[in-house]
Design a binder for this molecule. Structure first.
Ligand code: HEC
Length: 132
C-alpha cells in the first residue's frame, strides 16, 4: 500500500472512532434527559422518600429544577460527595456554595434509616445515569 493510501486509512479509522465516541456521548446525554428507569423493588422506599422530600428541588429523577441542582452530576458522585455529605445535607442543610440556587434548608422528619434509603436510591440512580 502506498504511503498516501495508508494515511487515508488512518484518517478514516480516526473518523470512525470519533463518530462512535460521539454516539456514546449522545446516548448518555439522552439517558439523563429521558430516563424513567424501572426502580428495583428494594429501593421503592428510598424512591418514595426522595420524591416526597427532595424532588421538589432536585427533580423527580434527580435532574434538578429551578430551585435546586441536579444530583445526577459529577459533583455528587460518591468520590466527591460521599454518603456522609448527604446525611449532613439532610440534617443540617447546605449553604449555597456550588450553585446559585440559594441555601438548602435542613429536611425535617427524616431519621438516619430514611436518609440511608434515600442515599441508596440516589446512588443507584446515579449509576443508571453513568455517574459513579
Ligand atoms: C428547598 C430545596 C431543596 C430540597 C427540598 C432539598 N435540597 Fe438538596 N440542595 C438544594 C440546593 C439549593 C443545594 C445546592 C447548594 C449549593 O451547593 O449551592 C443542595 C445541595 C444538596 C447536596 C450537596 C451538599 C453539599 O455538601 O454540597 C446534597 C447531597 C443534597 N442537596 C441532597 C438532598 C437530599 C437527599 C434531599 C432530600 C432529602 C434534598 N437535598 C432536598 C436544595 C434542596
Amino acid at each position: 500500500m502506498s504511503c498516501k493510501g495508508m494515511s487515508a486509512r488512518i484518517v478514516a479509522m480516526f473518523l470512525a472512532a470519533a463518530v462512535i465516541w460521539m454516539g456514546i456521548q449522545l446516548t448518555s446525554a439522552q439517558q439523563v434527559e429521558e430516563s424513567n428507569p424501572s426502580v428495583p423493588f428494594a429501593l421503592a422506599v428510598g424512591l418514595e422518600l426522595f420524591q416526597d422530600n427532595c424532588a421538589s428541588c432536585h427533580g423527580e429523577w434527580g435532574k434538578g429544577t429551578d430551585t435546586g441542582p441536579p444530583l445526577m452530576h459529577g459533583y455528587y458522585v460518591r468520590s466527591h460527595h460521599g454518603d456522609v455529605a448527604f446525611y449532613r445535607a439532610i440534617e443540617f442543610g447546605s449553604p449555597q456554595h456550588h450553585w446559585a440556587f440559594g441555601d438548602m434548608p435542613p429536611v425535617e422528619g427524616l431519621n438516619r434509616e430514611s436518609a440511608e434509603q434515600i442515599v441508596s436510591f440516589v446512588r443507584w440512580l446515579q449509576a443508571e445515569n453513568w455517574f459513579e
